[in-house]
Write a protein that binds this ligand. Structure first.
Ligand code: ADP
Ligand code: MG
Length: 351
């Protein structure tokens, strides 16, 4: 197992699922057995915990579908739809599948809604920094300026009628790392429901989808990662039902250099990893793709603007966690959240 995979072992436990020992199961009621399978996809551990009998071939088909999404939407490698869009930057529009189009359209809409805080054309900067890869390094200012000049969501041209995507300047590149796992979680939830699975937990390394209720009928309890800890320690528990909980944070992938920690979410205005008071942002909602884009957006926007964006969206709750261990959340989040680590303090505002 590579060093990178070890690092991701920390991230998989980013959100600990409490499948047992909470909720008073009556002795008489037979609780179906839980089946769990884990695979390495999207550069992270993907785990499925299901309470319905699912055959090995059905499990396999769910993981295969996720690998298909990864293949189409990864910026790495020479094949795949994203790779085709990127190698045709400044050259020609590229026709893509309906699902890749949908994810890119959503990514662009979050770029617009966040005024570029979220920007899927971030690839030149992501590649330059290489955070999370063996080649991670702090670039020179000249390199950063050059890469920054090759970003900009306004030059991402989508033609929905013809299903084409075009990056209008040479050197540009799309990176769907801030949104594709959410899409994968939604697709997995839909596929499992179609297979008749009514109860389970889908975890794509920080993107959690809780299907239905637990086998005994009580809601799922999902731990919220302590963003300062790598080992899957949680700071509190969320009670969720048919919802997704998505976290973006500084604990996931980072580079330590010159006594500083550089993490993997980029501020396109500076070309550097975001530097603000935040350690993590969690979104609670029904749609994992939207929650994924939103958690990254709000991490970059910071508490004030991030809260403003979330308040404009229905059925969406947010929690901000600061580096100095303060927690601010919307009322709807507070209703389902229980703090378990008393070194954190819940505050009304972060100003
Ligand atoms: P993770 O994928 O680690 O769970 P996020 O959902 O927050 O975390 O996405 C971070 C990823 O998104 C980065 O690894 C990179 O691929 C991409 N990214 C980095 N900065 C931005 C940004 N400002 N806007 C959009 N995508 C970004
Ligand atoms: Mg995200």
């Amino acid at each position: 197992m590579s060093r990178l995979k070890y690092r991701w072992l920390g991230a998989i436990s980013a959100l600990c699922i409490f499948a047992a020992g909470c909720g008073g199961i009556s002795a008489a009621k037979a609780v179906p057995e839980m089946v769990e399978k884990t695979e390495f996809i999207f550069g992270t551990l993907v785990s499925l915990k299901l309470y319905e009998p699912v055959s090995d071939s059905e499990f396999l088909s769910v993981f295969e579908a996720l690998r298909g999404i990864e293949g189409r939407m990864t910026a790495k490698g020479a094949s795949g739809e994203l790779a085709a869009i990127n190698s045709n930057a400044g050259v020609a529009p590229v026709q893509v599948s309906a699902e890749t189009l949908k994810v890119i359209v959503t990514a662009k809409s979050y770029a617009e809604a966040s005024e570029g805080a979220f920007d899927p054309t971030v690839l030149p900067l992501v590649s330059l920094w290489g955070i999370g890869t063996e080649g991670a390094k702090v670039p020179t200012q000249q390199e950063i300026d050059r890469a920054r000049a090759q970003t900009g969501y306004k030059d991402l041209i989508i033609d929905e009628d013809n299903s084409t995507v075009f990056l209008s300047r040479a050197g540009m590149g799309l990176d769907l790392g801030g949104i594709a796992k959410g899409y994968g979680a939604d697709q997995t939830a839909a596929k499992l429901k179609a297979l008749g699975v009514e109860s389970g937990i889908i975890n794509l390394g920080g993107n959690v989808f809780a299907l239905g209720n637990r086998a005994d009928g009580s809601p799922w309890r999902v731990g919220v990662q302590n963003p300062e800890s790598q080992r899957g320690e949680y700071l509190g528990i969320c009670t969720v039902h048919d919802q997704t909980l998505v976290t973006s944070g500084i604990y996931e992938r980072y580079l330590e250099a010159d006594g500083k920690r550089y993490h993997h979410i980029i501020d396109l205005k500076t070309g550097y990893p975001v530097e603000n008071q935040l350690a993590g942002v969690s979104i609670l909602s029904k749609d994992s793709m939207e929650a994924d884009a939103l958690s990254t957006s709000c991490f970059v926007l910071g508490p004030e603007k991030g809260l403003h964006l979330v308040e404009s969206l229905p059925d969406t709750e947010i929690m901000f966690i600061t580096k100095d261990k303060k927690i601010m959340m919307t009322e709807g989040f507070a209703k389902v959240f229980k703090l378990t680590d008393d070194s954190f303090t819940i505050v009304e505002s972060l100003q």
